[in-house]
Design a protein around this ligand. Structure first.
Ligand SMILES: Cc1cc2nc3c(=O)[nH]c(=O)nc-3n(C[C@H](O)[C@H](O)[C@H](O)COP(=O)(O)OP(=O)(O)OC[C@H]3O[C@@H](n4cnc5c(N)ncnc54)[C@H](O)[C@@H]3O)c2cc1C
Length: 264
């Protein structure tokens, strides 16, 4: 079984601040991490690897420094990793990002399962996984909490606010992961040593046969019109300190009438 995991390097958003003058992210000195949902997707892949002996390949698109998260993935137990990095991808929106990643996945050869995080904690769109599935013409299951392989099919457990479902899907299929069945594992010393020695191959747009017109700023149908920090309006508030509910309601009604919000 061949599993591909899409992993994005993101700034640790808990530490990111916004420059109030320019309304851009202050990235200086901010640590980059593996997108937390992608760590859950990777753990899901590694659980399947433990059960079936699957080969796990990790793919990322980003600048040279994104090799760090790929090395982290190798240290945790991924077998291979590849970085997609090229100036032609600069300014890509979610569709252009998905086109680049779908081409990289096609170039990687046969696959049975593609795992993505539910969403990236910086972009937060949750669009890239479903778009990749659409571009590759394969089924998708979103928001998974567990993926198992039984009788030639992937059994995917997913949950939303009111229901839980278990779906049986034949591969190849793309699954986006909310959380893994278990807490993500820690890297072993052996894994860390393997990661240190691993050279991460870097592929360009030409290497994965991307049509340059479909990626980068020019190929992106989404344009950012404005970025700003919303002003939080200051609202005067008052608490009615009255334990008797009937009296509290009467007092509230008096105040609303006095403020001419309601009439008697
Ligand atoms: C007009 C426009 C211009 C932009 N320009 C830039 C730019 O110049 N530089 C820049 O860094 N960003 C840029 N972005 C942001 C970039 O488009 C998004 O970061 C990217 O499309 C992923 O979207 P997301 O973060 O919402 O991911 P989501 O859709 O929330 O991610 C879902 C999952 O998809 C996978 N995934 C997402 N992105 C990657 C990736 N890069 N590699 C591997 N797996 C991935 C992960 O598994 C992730 O959990 C731009 C966005 C717009 C709209």
């Amino acid at each position: 079984m061949n599993i591909i995991v899409c992993v994005k390097q993101v700034p640790d958003t808990e530490k990111v601040k916004l420059n109030p003058e320019t309304n851009t992210l202050i990235r200086d000195g901010v640590e980059n991490i593996m997108n937390p949902y992608d760590a859950q997707a990777l753990e899901t892949a590694l659980i399947l690897k433990d059960a079936t002996g699957a080969n796990v390949k990790v793919v990322s698109m980003g600048p040279e420094q994104a090799k760090d998260v790929l090395k982290d993935a190798i240290a945790l137990g991924a077998d291979e990793a590849v970085l997609l990095s090229d100036r032609v991808f600069a300014g890509s929106d979610t569709l252009a990002t998905s086109i680049a990643l779908a081409n990289a996945i096609k170039a990687a050869g046969e696959y049975d399962l593609i795992l993505c995080g539910k969403q990236a904690i910086d972009g937060d769109t949750a669009q890239v996984g479903p778009e990749i599935a659409e571009l590759l013409g394969i089924p998708q299951v979103t928001c998974a909490m567990k993926v198992a392989f039984e009788d030639g099919k992937f059994l995917v457990e997913r949950e939303n606010e009111s229901t839980a479902q278990t779906l049986a899907v034949a591969g190849p299929v793309l699954v986006t992961v909310t959380r893994a069945e278990k807490e993500p594992r820690f890297a072993s010393i052996k894994g860390k040593m393997k990661a240190r020695k691993t050279e991460i191959p870097v592929l360009t747009g030409a290497d994965v046969a991307v049509d340059e017109k479909t990626v980068g700023l020019a190929g992106s149908p989404t344009k950012v019109v404005k970025v700003f920090t919303p002003q939080v309006a200051k609202i005067e508030s008052e608490i009615i300190n009255e334990e008797d509910a009937d009296k509290a309601v009467d007092m509230l009604v008096e105040k609303l009438v006095g403020a001419q919000i309601i009439t008697r």
